[in-house]
Design a protein around this ligand. Structure first.
Ligand code: AMP
Length: 433
């Protein structure tokens, strides 16, 4: 029992771990190139932060939060998402006053939701995302939508379609919610228990229901686009025409509301269009928030953000065999032919690790054949054979495991030879790919 992972959690091991790191690296690099700076926020926050911002009517707050009372009697929650914590940090550190606006931040790390585990849905999962705070231009919305789209392109996840919608704010939202309440009130008896609750707290959430029977009823519901003010309609049109100029593939989806209450303005999700992919839900999504900073105690600043689910990206990359097999094996593995040579070569092996190379060593000498097999299993590119005769002449033999070429090298030249070999190897692999 103790060796089972907690339900809904999973280990990321070996090649998957290497790919996971690559995904984070590509996303971070792009965020960095787009002038976003990294931020680290705590994994836990006061429960009230999420109940107020993510919203009482959201599934997250209603039933998915990992909340507990700490030893000081405070109600604490493991973050179900990042945006609220980032805004809390912006407000508590008064970043809006000390930095130029818009603040452009990026983050990554685990999130926790007590959801029903299924394909693409975990109880602990990783997100990568960005927030852009102090947003007064639709260009910033476009920049964030396009950044996520480009991240997916850079990860070679093609066939992405951005599902997009515009949620009104203030009067337009109020009127729309009223219309939805009227529409669903007469039909609610035939809808699921969750929708009955949603009708009472926030009828907008009904649009998000995945129940097949309810979806037929939802299809006939009034559309938000008919309730937007002129200003909101122009803003949305500007976003759409800019996305067209940027060649972002999109489709407007009237039912898209997203699961977080703080969104008002543009909302979107990234979906893969392919018949081969099992439906694991959106790869990521985002939206504009008009009132969140103020609600959390900051000034009247708007923001826009997106988050990508790293497990879903990994799943897509694996199903579509997008990344070549990535091994984090050693660049060089020392193979000493006996225990004495092992003792002689060990200090050099440790020193070489400072040269920005991955250096490994086999500590229990066996036959050369069996040590080479071990090095291959560990994914090593080269082996350095330390034989008695060569060592007496202060030499070792370096063998390229892919080409089987080998050269004898003086130990004092080893660092420069290894650096050159690694560089040549890198260039030839790059040429092939
Ligand atoms: P959200 O914070 O709900 O907007 O989710 C953003 C992205 O995080 C989603 O599009 C998914 O890719 C990912 N995600 C959300 N919930 C889960 C989950 N339970 N398991 C795995 N990934 C998730």
């Amino acid at each position: 029992m103790l060796i089972n992972p907690v339900k809904g959690t999973h280990d990321i091991i070996g090649e998957d771990a290497a790919k996971f790191k690559e995904i984070s690296f590509v996303c971070s690099l792009l965020a960095y190139q787009n002038c976003f700076e990294e931020i680290y926020v705590p994994i836990m926050e006061h429960t009230s932060l999420y109940s107020r911002s993510v919203g009482q009517s959201s599934d997250i707050v209603r039933k998915e939060m990992y909340s507990f009372e700490d030893k000081g009697g405070r109600s604490i929650t493991l973050r179900p998402e990042f945006t609220a914590g980032i805004i809390r940090s912006v407000v508590s550190n008064k970043l809006y006053a000390t930095r130029d606006l818009p603040l452009k931040l990026f983050y990554s790390g685990p999130c926790f939701r007590y959801d029903r585990p299924q394909a693409g849905r975990y109880r602990q999962f990783y997100q990568f995302g960005v927030e852009c705070i102090g947003n007064t231009s639709y260009y910033l919305d476009c920049e964030v939508i396009n950044l996520g789209y480009r991240m997916l392109n850079h990860l070679k996840i093609n066939n992405i379609i951005v599902e997009i919608n515009f949620l009104g704010d203030g009067d337009s939202k109020k009127k729309y919610i009223e219309e939805l309440r009227n529409y669903f009130s007469s039909k609610i008896e035939n809808m699921c228990e969750d929708c009955k609750q949603r009708l009472l707290i926030n009828p907008l959430r009904i649009l998000d229901c995945k129940n097949e029977n309810d979806q037929k009823i939802i299809d006939g519901a009034p559309k938000m686009s008919d309730f937007l003010s002129d200003e909101e309609q122009i803003y949305f049109k500007n976003i759409i025409s800019t996305l067209e100029e940027l060649d972002v593939k999109y489709c407007v989806s009237n039912r898209l509301v997203r699961g977080l209450d703080y969104y008002s303005g543009v909302v979107w999700e990234y979906h893969v269009v392919s018949s081969e992919n099992e439906d694991i839900g959106a790869l990521g999504g985002g939206g504009h928030y008009k009132n969140l900073v103020k609600e959390i105690g900051g000034p009247d600043l708007e923001g826009v953000g997106l988050s990508l689910g790293l497990e879903r990206l990994l799943h897509t990359i694996n199903t579509n065999k997008i990344f070549p097999s990535i091994r984090d094996g050693a660049d060089f593995t020392f193979l000493p032919m006996n225990e004495d040579l092992c003792e002689c070569i060990y200090p050099l092996c440790e020193k070489l690790k400072d040269l920005n190379m991955r250096v490994d060593m086999i500590y229990h000498p066996k036959s050369i054949g069996s040590m080479i097999k071990t090095a291959i299993k560990r994914g090593s590119k080269f082996v350095i054979i330390v034989g008695e005769e060569e060592y007496e002449k202060e030499q070792v033999v370096i063998k390229n495991l892919a080409t089987q070429e080998q050269t004898t090298v003086f130990i004092e030249d080893l660092d420069s030879v290894m650096t050159n070999l690694l560089y040549e190897n890198y260039m030839s692999v790059k040429k092939e790919s």
